[in-house]
Design a protein around this ligand. Sequence first.
Ligand SMILES: Cc1cc2nc3c(=O)[nH]c(=O)nc-3n(C[C@H](O)[C@H](O)[C@H](O)COP(=O)(O)O)c2cc1C
Length: 353
Amino acid sequence: MSGNTFGVLFRVTTFGESHGKALGAVIDGCPPNLGLGEADIQAELDRRKPGGHNASTSRKEEDRVEILSGVFQGKTTGTPIALVIANRDAQSAAYEDMRDVFRPGHGDYTYFNKDGIRDHRGGGRASVRETAARVAAGAVARKLLACEGIEVVGYTLEVGGIGINSWSRDAIGANRLLCPDPAAAKRMEQKLEEVRSEGDSLGGIVEVRVTGCPAGLGEPVFDKIDADLAGALMSIGTVKGVEIGAGFEAARMRGSRCNDPIGPGGFETNHAGGVLAGITTGQDILIRAACKPIASIAMEQETIDARGNPAKISVRGRHDACVIPRIVPVCEAMVCLVLADHLLRQNAIRKKA
Ligand SMILES: Cc1cc2nc3c(=O)[nH]c(=O)nc-3n(C[C@H](O)[C@H](O)[C@H](O)COP(=O)(O)O)c2cc1C
């Protein structure tokens, strides 16, 4: 199965499964002399880690990252950076009765039909565990972006249909759902608790905002930056839709409203979400990911086994009730990877004077 490598100049390959020995990433193309230590990466991994939230799985993984190569005396050397994270709390026995049964909403059915073999333990490569490798690589990309003053912040816009009514940057870090509206965060928490006690799950919407991004990133025509950003977010499990700027709402606007007027001081609105013709405008980039409800639910559901016989399934084990908030740092990481790649590509064709 190919497709485990991402990016053109800042190139990341991830490896590993949920219940294997370890997972990790190899980054090829990171420039030399970037200050980098395990603590930089660990800080990001700790944000994604399971167990910190009551909407979250109770699998207790330390997610301790080790840098195996590519860093010398606290600086990148320009050689491949290998990052590894051991799996320590995999409890494969919990998955034994799902060995031959396809869990609805998961990749069990499609993996089996594609390869004729699948690692049933914890979802294998389709598991959320795989996203730890993305977050580790994204932390390196984030350091590169910080040198250029580019900042990437993700937050929760919606959980189970409950949306935000206000936006405060300070509020994001002050509640466990990473929601910019504290009052909405409380309502989201209540709904999550309710649904979890019924053995069910919820979906939600995450927004990522990029500030400080220069104009000019993005490569016409197939590597437009919005196309790459959408692909990057869609590659995360549970993401079913992506919007940039006005997104689907743009289809309901008139051109006179949707166009962002340009004055002497720059753009006056940002319906474009910071991207025109696949190239960054220099405004904030705004991108949203719609996440489906967690597939593993305790409620009984209908399915089939590998021989096509009808079966009933109730998914035991340790699962999130909602992909939010753990998916937020994963979305940020994917955005960081796309931006780092395009930054290097733009620098390669147009060196700063
Ligand atoms: C941060 C995060 C946490 C997740 N946690 C779970 C979980 O606890 N249980 C589960 O069934 N799926 C979980 N998933 C989703 C699976 O990884 C899997 O990709 C998904 O069910 C398949 O959906 P897809 O069709 O969108 O790829 C999680 C995904 C992410 C990104």
